[in-house]
Unconditional design. Structure first.
Length: 629
């Protein structure tokens, strides 16, 4: 493979990757500001790429992989920007969006995120061997669409290939149909939720009706999905009931009250657990990270010797990580100075940023390896960054200084962008690892995607703010509002520190449990970040992930063979693909027309249909996964 001549970066893959990055960045910027979440673009980009590249006489799986690598960077960049930068508007620190400042901020954070993935690729993919579910799913999609000469010469292999493609196609149509009915036509609710009062205590529960979340749970398996669900139960069956017992809520909808308490108080337990979990994960990852850096340095040395370096081992030289981090301090300090007009604060923030950027990129990449990019709580990582930065600036600037809050948001923005890019790019590098791609070429295309997305994201924010006003009911920007409340809360002294401390103590307890399990040699472990993710996410997202994990477990128990295992993975990949693609397609007309009601509603659909469709998808996935042949 070291001398493989299969083309990867070609003119058509370069142009297509850059264009898709721009489109997906714009579409997801709207979706994230409107709904508070973005859609992971790796699989949709891979599917779109396969469809377009087949119009050319020659194309390859490596070209498809390169296109999706670049395109998905645009979506990740959008998430990092929209979760943080609008907070400056919401705080009243900015009156409007400055295109060039946002472009520079996005490009710097994105390129740093790419550079940080160089040692992380070896540490997390090769050494820690994390799952990266969407990376695995993307690889299966790419492989199923690739037909080799060997396949054509074997009728049995061709029949299997056709069946693989058909499984993905049917699942993709099903996932897309559910998303269209839920998000486009509003035919049924996207989640089944409820809450009840027992005395003054409120208990809430629910499940999103998303086939993609079932599929993520199926891919990550029983252990991780159970821990995510356990975190959800801690929030909704322990945290909220205890809080409402001692702080009774006024009469009103119990579910609304539960969400209000979770958002304002209990969620910060997840932040505390995430900070402790992040630090512990870095300690645990240090040997693998050290080995990854040493391996990268050795590969770099081998390039100048007679030792043949396989193309699958060729990253961008590791030295560029340190050089890039050091050089970034200058433009970032200039950017911060322009915003804050204080050279001491600007330099302080510019020095903090690469340090926090690498640490939290590692944490975000690790979490992406556990639960995938779509469910990666980047906002939690960003809150931790803003929290720590705010505390440092509070010591320098004192309470009540909103310039300090703005500075913390700026640091959080670059870190959030780097972490979002890092987590998503690790999925792409996992895909590349599985399909035999060249890492440095993927890393170059990630930078192409970053720069392409950065060129349109400032314009997109300005257009959306002009049309809807970010922070209004039409474009609520929930993550950015949360970031603003954290930064202002530190400087105004009204942050729920008690909950952060409770979460940190809970994180320590879970770490102790995990260490005990490790010493016992138990197969079921307690990785703290999985539990922290569950505490931080709504339980309606944790529940379907848990169902998917148990589905995979029971399918294997009843005798699912290798064919069933692959068929289940292909179907899960198809469901994620269809839902992600449709999520983007639904958002595009809304973005173009500026009318969130552009899709006609199907209010005539009977109640309960969504739940029935959801149950049928679960049964169908179980049937595929339990096949023995």
């Amino acid at each position: 493979m070291a001398n493989s001549k299969i083309p990867e970066i070609t003119v058509k893959s370069l142009i297509l990757g850059a264009l898709l990055s721009m489109v997906l960045a714009s579409a997801n910027a709207y979706l994230g500001l409107f709904a508070g979440m973005t859609v992971s673009a790796s699989i949709p980009a891979a599917v779109i790429s396969m469809g377009i590249l087949r119009l050319f006489r020659t194309h390859s799986i490596q070209e498809n992989n390169i296109v999706q690598t670049s395109a998905s960077a645009g979506e990740s960049l959008a998430a990092g920007v929209i979760f943080t930068v609008p907070a400056l508007i919401l705080m009243g620190y900015w009156d409007s969006f400055d295109y060039w400042e946002i472009t520079k901020l996005a490009a710097l954070g994105g390129i740093l995120g790419v550079l940080f993935t160089i040692p992380l690729r070896r540490a997390l993919i090769l050494e820690a061997k994390l799952q990266f579910p969407e990376g695995v799913a993307t690889a299966e999609v790419l492989r199923s669409g690739e037909i080799t000469a060997e396949d054509r010469s074997d009728p049995v292999r061709m029949a299997t290939k056709r069946e693989d493609v058909w499984i993905i196609a049917k699942a993709g149509l099903a996932g897309g149909f559910v998303k269209l009915m839920e998000q486009g036509f509003l035919a049924w609710h996207s989640a089944l939720e409820g809450a009840t009062r027992i005395g003054s205590s409120i208990f809430g529960f629910g499940s999103n009706l998303s086939p993609a979340l079932i599929s993520v749970g199926y891919i990550v398996g029983r252990n991780i999905s159970s821990l995510i669900f356990m975190g959800g139960l801690i929030s909704w069956f322990v945290g909220i009931p205890l809080y409402t017992k001692f702080h009774p809520m006024p009469d009103g909808a119990a579910l609304d009250n539960a969400y209000d308490i979770w958002n304002a108080q209990i969620r910060y337990m997840g932040v505390g657990a995430m900070v402790v979990g992040g630090l512990w994960s870095l300690i645990k990852l240090f040997p693998a990270l050290k080995q990854g850096i040493q391996s990268s340095l050795q590969v770099y040395k081998d390039r100048f010797s007679t030792v043949a370096v396989p193309k699958e081992e060729q990253d961008i030289p590791i030295q560029w990580v340190g050089i890039g981090a050091l050089l970034s301090i200058i433009p970032i300090a200039m950017l911060y100075f322009k915003v804050l007009d204080n050279p001491v604060f600007a330099i302080t923030l510019a020095i903090l940023m690469p340090i926090f950027g690498f640490l939290f990129s590692a944490v975000a990449s690790y979490m992406a390896g556990l639960v995938g990019s779509s469910n990666n709580p980047i906002s939690g990582v960003t809150i931790a960054t803003i929290l720590l930065t705010s505390l440092i600036l509070l010591l320098e600037m004192g309470t009540g200084n909103m310039a300090g809050a703005a500075g913390a948001i700026l640091v959080g923005a670059v870190v959030c962008i780097a972490a979002a890019i890092g987590g998503d790019n690790m999925q792409d590098l996992k895909t590349g690892y599985l399909v035999g791609a060249t890492p440095w070429k993927q890393q170059v295309m990630q930078m192409v995607g970053v720069i392409s997305g950065a060129l349109v994201i400032g314009w997109t924010l300005d257009v959306l703010h002009t049309a809807y006003t970010i922070g209004s009911p039409k474009l609520a920007a929930p993550q950015a509002l949360l970031m603003a409340s954290v930064a202002e809360g530190v400087f105004k002294g009204n942050l729920p520190w008690t909950m952060v401390i409770y979460g940190a103590l809970l994180g320590v307890f879970i770490i102790v449990l995990d260490v005990i399990q490790e010493k016992r040699g138990a197969s079921f472990r307690f990785p703290i970040l999985a539990v922290a993710v569950g505490i931080y996410l709504p339980i309606s997202l944790s529940t379907p992930i848990f169902i998917g994990g148990m589905l995979a477990h029971f399918a294997k128990k009843v005798g699912g063979g290798k064919r069933g295992e692959k068929a289940g993975l292909l179907m899960a990949s198809g469901l994620i693909t269809g839902e992600a693609l449709m999520g983007i397609l639904v958002a595009i007309p809304i973005f173009i027309t500026g009318n969130k009601d552009v899709w006609p509603t199907m209010s005539w659909v009977p109640a309960g249909v969504g739940e029935i469709v959801f149950a049928l998808v679960i049964i169908w996935l179980f049937y595929q996964a339990k096949r023995k042949i």
